[in-house]
Design a protein around this ligand. Structure first.
Ligand SMILES: [Zn+2]
Length: 123
């Protein structure tokens, strides 16, 4: 290893120019090297913490998207779906249909309720 080389460089930490003795030197001295190292470690920690927060946020969001299934987006609901949406029992829904409070249609043997009919209940 040659000890004679001297390369003008710019410290990557403080931006001062200095003369490097090896081609791989990045900092003007031990202090800058240490500080840069600490800063890098801190940045890594901050990055990790941001990632962690992101994952927590995603973790909070994903159960919601799993639990808000088709019921909220479907145009037609089964009696059970309507009951779930309204927080009522399916018997309540069936009674409302029988009393013409809620319009329904037959789809084969199944009774379906238009989502808009449920929205109409609140108009
Ligand atoms: Zn420096």
């Amino acid at each position: 290893m040659s000890t004679r080389i001297s390369i003008p460089k710019i410290c990557q930490h403080c931006g001062n120019s200095f003369i490097a003795r090896t081609t791989v030197t990045k900092y003007c001295g031990d202090n800058c090297a240490k500080r840069a190292y600490k800063k890098r470690k801190r940045d890594e920690k901050i990055k990790a913490s941001i990632e962690e927060t992101k994952q927590q946020v995603q973790g909070l969001q994903s159960p919601q998207t799993v639990q808000t299934p088709d019921i909220l987006t479907k145009q037609f609901l089964s009696i059970q779906g309507a009951a779930k949406l309204l927080g009522a029992s399916r018997w309540t829904i069936q009674r409302m249909i029988q009393r013409d409070q809620l319009k329904s249609a037959k789809l084969g043997r199944r009774t379906i309720i238009a989502r808009s009919e449920i929205d109409n209940l609140f108009n």
